[in-house]
Design a protein around this ligand. Structure first.
Ligand SMILES: [Zn+2]
Length: 668
């Protein structure tokens, strides 16, 4: 496709989805995955929950991000490389060896990756023109030999790869590859893919000149190389990904303010049991582990990712699905170290968690991975972006004590338009540009519906196509309908529909000629399986149980003992002080017996709040230390109406204190 054709398409009135179906993860035909991504996907009808999040991501966030990339100087560094001469020195002075500038290029590539995904549908003409300009900048900034990294190219006296650890050329390179692959798969625009391939080929010729052995300090290039192999069929890229995995764990990275464990370099990848270290690094590394494992048929390598995922979910995941307990090092903590107020839960880590679970779902077909994707999308990715798409969270705590509280290196009490280290916003954007890909998978047995979100998915089968459409009222409603819109050939095949584990009771019925048949029961694997010769128009209807559930934490999570959280459907709820009128959030106790009433949330369009009861407990004033004898304490207790809103929607009505885990009302 020519550049002009691509621009006509992205700025045109309509497009029928990606050229190659899956844009993010597309295993080769010989990969040892249990399931396959769709061969074509589509979004739900406009106005639906996820269609609206995608629209705001496309129409607002991606444009905001371009302006911020311009303002912060990311694009200026590409222009400085192109200009050369005096501007190089000027820019180098500004760089001043600061860590943050070494990852500047990656934010541009992640933004372009998200725009590339959107180009599969339709793009605002402004966004199409801006992305076209940026691709042109990248093409011109690349050295003739293929090298590309503006921080180094704008520097003085620094050579490519000599500062390979914190220079982050390899990390940025990974995102360059993903951006190139996104445009290739979405619309067949191969300009960025060409840049990416020239960079990778340059890398292949240079790597062996270095000792100790070079590897990506921040993982990400590994999975990108596997995807480049999948696009080009050039096995050198797959082998390089495997080489990077094998080089890790031998202490080559050394100490850079943090230990080798933090960099996942203290023991070989295959010998790693627990998930540890920097959360985003760990999750991105495991994505590469799964990708290499399924392309090489290496079951023992796949098991490394499975057991670390299990350790993460059983011991180190917040109720929201967020991960990363420590601000110091943005890292996983110990088992059950899940304090709500000190939660780091970087938005990027939520993105990494979805990416890993999706790969493991394709590899194994197990529902637990789809369960976690759902939890993380609603409660850990979405909170990273304001409802209007203009502001972002880097850190996502489950409790904020004061409206003006500032915790950690990136304030987490209120979303901001951008960050000095702006990894999170464009990471959220690329997930929000591809949510529909998580809807369904296919196999020789049929089609599997994993996420109860509106959209469509198509699968090639024996010279024909099987297509399903999902219409979902979630997360606030209960009804989900899966309609077969193209049954394909006349053979039997199985439609599998995941019944979410949070739904205590569910009703699943097969609909033929508009009439419901008998109820269907999910199997042990969490899916209802229906095997028959399908006809277009046949449907399966699922009614989930959206009853409010009060959730308790494992008692080993010390900080949550004596507390409960509110969940409804896939959503975790929280209480914001802005909804309390006669007391402080720190004083409230919740009546765990309910009842809870669903009501439209005040000043949050389209959001459903939950109204229950509890009390306000004003403690004795005390006389110094914030402690007193338990016996004889006489706080003032008053009944209280409690309003909870979905956690993803918190902090959209100005600064306010917030809590997910609430103390239980008790006699005092
Ligand atoms: Zn981040």
């Amino acid at each position: 496709m020519t550049k002009a054709e691509v621009l006509r398409r992205v700025a045109g009135a309509a497009a029928d989805g990606p050229l190659s179906g899956a844009r993010t993860v597309l295993p080769s035909a010989s990969a040892t995955t249990t399931l396959r991504p769709a061969t074509r996907v589509g979004r739900g009808t406009p106005g639906g929950f996820w269609a609206e999040r995608s629209r705001i991501n496309r129409d607002v966030s991606l444009l905001v991000a371009y302006d911020e990339l311009e303002r912060a100087g990311n694009l200026a560094y590409f222009r400085a490389v192109i200009a050369g001469g005096d501007r190089v020195v000027e820019t180098a002075a500004a760089l001043n060896d600061q860590y943050v500038y070494n990852i500047f290029d990656s934010d541009v590539y992640k933004w372009l990756e998200a725009v590339g995904y959107e180009a599969a549908y339709v793009l605002d003409p402004d966004l199409a023109a801006r992305s076209d300009d940026v691709i042109g900048l990248i093409e011109r900034a690349q050295r003739p030999d293929g090298y590309l990294h503006t921080a180094i190219q704008n520097g003085v006296g620094r050579e490519p790869l000599h500062e390979w650890r914190l220079g982050h050329e390899l990390y940025c390179g990974g995102h360059l590859l993903q951006a190139g692959i996104a445009w290739h798969r979405s619309v067949g625009d191969d300009r960025l893919l060409g840049v990416a391939r020239r960079f990778t080929d340059w890398l292949l010729t240079e790597l062996d000149n270095f000792d100790p052995k070079i590897l990506p300090l921040h993982p990400g290039l590994e999975m990108a190389l596997v995807e480049l192999f999948r696009v080009t069929d050039d096995r050198r890229y797959l082998e390089l990904a495997a080489t990077f995995l094998n080089r890790r764990g031998h202490g080559n990275i050394g100490y850079y303010n943090f230990s080798p464990e933090y960099f996942l370099d203290e023991r070989p990848v295959r010998q790693s049991e627990a998930i540890r270290g920097h959360a985003v690094m760990a999750l991105f590394l495991l994505c590469g582990v799964v990708d290499v494992a399924v392309e090489t048929g290496d079951a023992s390598l796949l098991a490394v990712a499975e057991r670390q995922w299990t350790d993460m979910v059983q011991h180190k995941t917040y109720l929201t699905g967020g991960v990363g307990s420590r601000h110091h090092g943005e890292s996983f903590g110990d088992a059950y170290e899940l304090s709500p107020d000190r939660a780091y839960c970087e938005t990027c880590a939520a993105v990494g968690s979805v990416m890993l679970s999706w790969r493991l779902l394709l590899a194994t077909g197990e529902a637990k991975y789809a369960d976690l994707i759902e939890r993380v999308l609603y409660n850990a990715v979405l909170p990273g972006v304001s409802l209007d798409g203009r502001r972002f969270f880097y850190v996502n705590p489950l409790q904020v004590r004061e409206a003006d509280q500032v915790v950690g290196i990136e304030g987490c009490h209120i979303r901001t338009p951008w960050f000095e280290c702006a990894c999170c916003p464009p990471n959220a954007m690329r997930i929000l540009s591809t949510v529909e890909e998580f809807l369904a998978t296919g196999s020789s047995e049929g089609v599997q519906i994993h996420q109860l979100i509106s959209g469509s998915a198509c699968f090639a089968a024996a010279g024909s196509e099987r297509t399903v459409r999902v219409d979902s009222a979630l997360p606030f409603g209960e009804q989900v309908t899966v309609t077969v819109t193209d049954a394909g050939d006349e053979a039997e095949w199985t439609l599998a529909l995941r019944v979410p584990s949070w739904s205590l009771t569910s009703r699943v019925q097969l609909i033929m000629d508009g009439s419901a048949t008998t109820d269907l029961t999910p199997g042990q694997d969490g899916y209802v399986h229906i095997t028959r010769v399908w006809a277009a128009g046949d449907a399966v209807r699922l009614a989930v149980d959206n009853t409010v559930v009060m959730v308790e934490a494992d008692p080993r999570i010390d900080a949550c003992v004596g507390h409960l959280a509110i969940a409804r459907g896939p959503l975790v709820y929280c209480v914001e002080e802005v909804d309390l009128h006669a007391t402080r959030l720190e004083n409230i106790r919740v009546d765990a017996r309910g009842p809870w009433t669903a009501e439209p949330a005040a000043a949050l369009d389209g959001i459903v709040s939950l109204v229950g009861k509890g009390s306000s407990v004003t403690p004795d004033p005390g006389d110094g230390l914030p402690y007193r004898a338990a016996r004889g304490s006489s706080p003032v207790v008053q009944p209280l109406r409690i309003t909870a809103v979905p956690y993803f929607a918190w902090n959209n009505r100005g600064p306010t204190a917030m809590k997910v885990w609430l103390p239980i009302e008790r006699a005092v």
